[in-house]
Design a protein around this ligand. Structure first.
Ligand SMILES: *Cc1c(COP(=O)(O)O)cnc(C)c1O
Length: 361
């Protein structure tokens, strides 16, 4: 029986990447030891660092004035680093909130600058759309605009780049849709994402910053919370999370060998469409998210009869379909379809859902 892991994160890795890790674990690149046991300043690891950067530049078509940073601390640490580096304490930063992670981001930013929501947001109910909005509150003095292009819990995704006025830098938490399709980075000042969803395993966070923004940071920031520390040392100021960096490198190779981001975008679109099409065709399952705002990465759905939830989870698990439980804040079910999920996984899920409906519907 095939196992398909729909975990929202840490999420599944491509089979080929796991195999490669297993194969070269005892003797990495002829060093005679594993990648976990070599110096981050040795020639082999330095080569991995250069290669990883080159792969990212190539896949994302990054212009020279964007710098790549690899950091510890996860996306949640970025919630503090972004305002610390890009805003003065008295300066306004505007946050767009349409879900759980956006709320956390603005909550943390409020400790460091005047973080304000673009419009009032509700704390108590999961969102089912990107609320209608305009950018009138943004002024030339606004430090930056922050949003979450894919809200992982609710399954809500922006399918366009926001048109933010006055050349205010756009900052995005791309943790759950990083590298899932091509990106016009020139529309952004800073993007970031922790690796355990689309780029590898927990422990490392990717940031891509437009160079001029690095000059904004006040002096006296703690070194490890200052983006310049990473930019000026190729992210090797201290001992970095070497194993997660290595896994990210393998995932990037895999992306490139599998057609790059255009191919990923097409696959991701096909996967999500197949699942939404089935959900919409059934009265037994529902998804409340406005169709044009539905996530390609995290597909939420509810059983019309919620008393069947436990049985659905139990039987899906027994059928090799793992981690379909929705987040407790949102409820229901959620299937995460990151890059590594093959179309066969979605087909197996749809077949299981159809059969479950036939038995209990
Ligand atoms: C998972 C997730 C986070 C949390 O990431 P950590 O690495 O655990 O801090 C933040 N933002 C988004 C959009 C996520 O999906």
């Amino acid at each position: 029986m095939s196992i398909y892991n729909f975990s929202p994160g840490p999420a599944m890795l491509p089979e080929a990447v796991k195999q490669r890790i297993a194969d070269e674990l005892p003797n990495w690149r002829g060093t005679g030891v594993s990648v976990m046991e070599v110096s981050h300043r040795g020639p082999e690891f330095r080569q991995l660092v250069d290669e990883t950067e080159a792969l990212l530049r190539d896949l994302l078509d990054l212009p020279d004035n964007y710098r790549i940073l690899f950091m510890p601390g996860g996306a949640r640490q970025q919630y503090s680093m972004v305002p610390m580096n890009f805003a003065r304490p008295d300066q306004q930063a505007i946050y767009f909130v349409q879900g759980h992670w956006g709320k956390d981001a603005i909550g943390e930013a409020g400790k460091f600058c005047q973080a304000e929501p673009l419009m009032p947001y509700n704390k108590d109910r999961p969102y089912a759309e990107i609320p209608a909005h305009n950018f009138d509150r943004i002024t030339p003095e606004t430090a930056y605009f922050h949003f979450t292009p894919n809200e992982t819990l609710e399954g809500i995704e922006w399918h366009h780049d926001p048109d933010v006025p006055h050349q205010v830098p756009v900052v995005a938490d791309m943790t759950s849709n990083l590298l899932s399709r091509p990106l016009d980075i020139t529309r952004y000042g800073y993007i970031y994402g922790s690796a355990q969803k689309n780029l590898g395993i927990a422990g490392i966070t990717l940031g891509i910053v437009r160079e001029d923004l690095l000059h904004r940071a006040p002096s006296g920031l703690p070194l490890m919370l200052d983006y310049r520390t990473y930019a000026n040392s190729q992210s090797l100021h201290n001992t970095p999370p070497t194993f997660p960096w290595y896994v990210a490198n393998l995932v990037l190779h895999w992306l490139q060998e599998n057609g790059g981001l255009d191919a990923m975008a097409q696959r991701n679109q096909e996967k999500a469409e197949a699942l939404y099409r089935f959900i919409d065709s059934s009265d037994f399952y529902t998804n409340p998210v406005r169709p044009e705002h539905r996530s390609r990465m995290n597909v939420t759905f509810w059983l019309a009869d919620e008393s069947l939830n436990e049985r659905f989870l139990e039987e899906s698990r027994a059928a090799g379909l793992l981690a379909l439980k929705g987040h407790r804040f949102v409820g229901g079910m959620r299937a995460s379809l990151y890059n590594a999920m093959p179309i066969e996984g979605v087909q197996a899920l749809v077949n299981f859902m159809r059969e479950f409906e036939n038995r209990y519907g």
